[in-house]
Design a binder for this molecule. Structure first.
Ligand code: SF4
Ligand code: SF4
Length: 165
């Protein structure tokens, strides 16, 4: 399961491109109401947390393309962290605390290497507040800003971070 998740994370941009274009075409060609898209985003939020923005959303795809040509990586982190303006992001970000799937830490196997924190844009923005492994850090995966990129889970060399029910 962990290997499947790592493969998915490594292909995330391809998945976002395919699903973002497919959703855009479906909305345009079949005149699908945005209420249905909102309902789908919220349902996914209940199960997986805020996955819509970075795995499915056409606007998310456009923003990632624009920001990929930005020379300033800090600006990219700020966008991810402060993403506002979309009701799906608001609601599913709120649902990160209550979703069925969550990012869990196994403290027994964790070697405190800190690689997970280095990958997380939330920790990068507020390192004194958030951490995926430090006992006193607030877990970024439960915060509104976590868009479930799952880079933290994929990068852990000991599989100490998992994303599961
Ligand atoms: S990358 Fe894995 S082993 Fe390293 S600190 Fe994070 S959870 Fe622990
Ligand atoms: S999935 Fe992990 S790396 Fe990505 S934003 Fe959430 S906590 Fe940070």
């Amino acid at each position: 399961m962990q290997n499947v998740l790592k493969t998915l994370v490594s292909k995330r941009f391809i998945i976002l491109t395919v699903s973002g274009v497919a959703l855009f075409l479906a909305i345009s060609l079949f005149n699908i109401s945005l209420w249905y898209v909102l309902l789908a985003g919220v349902t996914l939020g209940l199960i997986f947390g805020k996955v819509f923005c970075r795995w499915i959303c056409p606007m998310g795809l456009i923003m990632e393309l624009l920001l990929s040509i930005s020379p300033d990586g800090k600006f990219r982190q700020m966008y991810q962290y402060h993403k506002l303006g979309c009701p799906i992001a608001w609601i599913s970000g709120f649902l990160n605390r209550f979703s069925l799937f969550k990012i869990e830490l196994n403290r027994e196997s964790c070697k405190n290497c800190g690689i997970c924190d280095e990958k997380c844009y939330i920790v990068a923005m507020e390192p004194a507040k958030f951490s995926l492994y430090k006992p006193k850090g607030i877990r970024p995966g439960d915060s509104y800003a976590c868009s479930k990129c799952l880079e933290c889970v994929a990068v852990c060399p000991n599989d100490s971070l998992t994303y599961k029910m």
